[in-house]
Design a protein around this ligand. Structure first.
Ligand code: HPA
Length: 263
């Protein structure tokens, strides 16, 4: 059975307008969702299962402040199998379910000393440092996707207002997609800094491209889990990523709950 049909069979009158992708350590936001049903990715044909710690591999159907949402608790990354289009099935499924907004979250390293671990960055644009695209091998004109305003300006404005109202400071910046899974070298971080990046991470950009191709609006947030390579004496590790992602979970809960309720 196709994923969207299967999902609809699990929840009557389920017509979500918003899809969420909860990244490394951010799966806890799922606790803020009033659940209608939970589906393991293993039961969804074509949904990729992540092998990374902190990615539960469950699709949550439910409501936040009365607004229906579908949320991926965990995502697969390009570095897991070298497939840049690994998130194609989920993103297309969201479109089929009727979503017109996709909210992407991730963990990232900061290039800015003013935006330290535990803070949250609203992504205003990206740099694709991998040279990969989820649209490779596609034919036809639909592959030539316009990436201006990739992260919807109006949605960004709404989120910033909500953050302001709640006395939460969000930094705003450019996210650089690095292939991973190894962290960057200090030289790579210097290079992307010169190019205009504010944070480095290993996800989100392929999902953004796929969602924009489907004409869904995208909002994306990074939880800053560390200063990027070479910026301090700390050792980079996945354990650190998980620890700081957890620290930012209350900020996520506050701003996303309010944002979703308002849609
Ligand atoms: N680089 C890339 N990805 C990351 C980082 C980082 O420093 N921190 C968390 N995810």
């Amino acid at each position: 059975m196709k994923c969207a049909t299967y999902i609809k069979s699990k929840a009557k009158n389920f017509n979500p307008k918003i899809a969420l992708v909860l990244g490394s350590g951010l799966g806890e936001f799922a606790d803020s969702i009033e659940k209608i049903a939970e589906i393991s990715y293993a039961d969804l044909e074509g949904f990729p299962v992540s092998g990374v710690g902190g990615h539960a591999g469950k699709l949550i159907l439910g409501t936040v402040g009365g607004t229906q949402v579908v949320a991926m608790q965990g995502r697969v990354h390009y570095y897991e199998n070298g497939q840049a289009d690994a998130m194609r099935v989920p993103i297309h499924c969201f479109k089929e379910l009727g979503c017109d907004i996709v909210i992407l979250t991730n963990a990232a390293g900061s290039l800015d000393y003013n935006a330290g671990p535990g803070s949250v960055m609203l992504i205003k644009d990206y740099i694709n440092f991998t040279g990969m695209s989820p649209l490779f091998t596609e034919t036809g004109n639909a592959r030539f996707v316009n990436m201006v305003n990739a992260y919807d300006k109006d949605l960004r404005r709404q989120l910033l207002c909500i953050a302001d109202d709640n006395h939460i400071h969000l930094s705003k910046g450019v996210y650089a997609w690095m292939c991973g899974p190894q962290f960057e070298t200090p030289a790579e971080i210097n290079a992307i800094k010169i190019l205009g990046a504010n944070a480095a991470g290993m996800s989100t950009v392929p999902e953004t491209i796929l969602a924009r191709q489907q004409k869904m609006k995208v909002l994306a947030l990074s939880v800053i889990t560390n200063y990027a390579a070479g910026m301090d004496d700390g050792e980079l590790s996945h354990e650190q990523t998980m620890k700081y992602a957890d620290k930012a979970s209350q900020t996520f809960k506050t701003i996303l709950t309010e944002f979703i309720r308002n849609q």
